[in-house]
Design a protein around this ligand. Structure first.
Ligand SMILES: [Zn+2]
Length: 285
């Protein structure tokens, strides 16, 4: 958390406020907590970006990409608890970065807030960003992968499909929450080994990845019981009310209305699924 839909919501939330603006300053807000990781140093980032114009605010997988007129990209990975905000932070103690723009247009500021401080913020030249994208450090964005590419990327793997879906090198943007949701709608048992998936199962995973993530974006992401994730206006998302299995252990499955949702642990993470809709034996045909 946050995953692709939450980061997309953050990007959409600040895009209009940032695009076309000239950066007057980018500062670190004084904060008693462990500082977020900046690379290179704040001083260098300031030197390279101050007085440049922001051309676009984009998303790549679970990262916010701020494109400057110099071609440079300031890339923020919110990790566990990072948020992009226009104003009204959940609390003032965990504000981390403050953008100030020239001109009189409102808002004058955009903020990055992070309770746990695990976020990273990195400046890339245009060339370095392209090289990094092409290096395969992380795979293609989950909204851009079709069934054929899914198949190519997982067909030889012995790993359980849920574990493979969390690997950002396979497909980027899906995390623990949406992996469970996608597999439930796709009627695939989360422990199925990738190489044993049928063509139809992979097609369903590809299709439902698009469907579930786009639906979650429409609801502005999921705010879980810890309340951490908020949109740019410090409001909760709405997709948590649409979850079919995530954190619903013991509840009736909304699809078959027969079985109860179960929780298992895979690669130290909780997986939720319906033993009836996602039976292991359903595989062939
Ligand atoms: Zn079911």
């Amino acid at each position: 958390m946050p995953e692709l839909p939450e980061v997309e919501t953050m990007v959409r939330g600040v895009r209009e406020a940032m695009t076309g603006r000239t950066l007057k300053s980018l500062e670190m807000v004084p904060c008693d907590c462990k500082p977020i990781q900046l690379s290179p140093t704040l001083k260098t980032i300031q030197k390279r970006l101050t007085r440049t114009k922001i051309l676009a605010v984009e998303r790549f997988a679970k990262r916010i990409v701020i494109v400057h007129s110099t071609g440079e990209r300031l890339v923020i990975e919110p990790r566990m608890t990072g948020l992009m905000l226009l104003n009204d932070p959940p609390d003032p103690d965990h504000l981390r970065l403050k953008w100030t723009f020239t001109g009189r247009k409102q808002p004058q500021n955009v903020w990055f807030w992070d309770r746990r401080g695990l976020a990273t913020c990195r400046l890339y030249s245009e060339t370095d960003w392209r090289k990094w994208r092409e290096s395969g450090t992380i795979g293609p964005d989950a909204l851009e992968v079709d069934a054929e590419e899914w198949r190519e990327r997982i067909k030889l793997s012995r790993r359980a499909v849920k574990v493979a879906m969390l690997d950002q090198k396979t497909v980027a943007g899906i995390g623990n929450l949406y992996a469970s949701e996608i597999l439930h709608v796709s009627q695939v048992h989360p422990e199925t080994r990738c190489r044993q998936l049928t063509r139809q199962q992979i097609e369903r995973i590809a299709e439902n990845t698009q469907h579930v993530l786009r639906e979650a974006i429409r609801y502005e992401g999921s705010t879980l019981s810890d309340g951490t994730y908020r949109n740019a206006l410090n409001k909760s998302g709405g997709y948590q009310n649409q979850h079919r299995v995530y954190a619903r252990e013991g509840e009736a499955c909304p699809t078959c209305e027969q079985a109860t949702i179960q929780r298992i642990v895979q690669a130290q993470r909780s997986t939720f699924f319906c033993p009836c809709c996602q039976s292991k034996r359903r595989r062939k045909r």
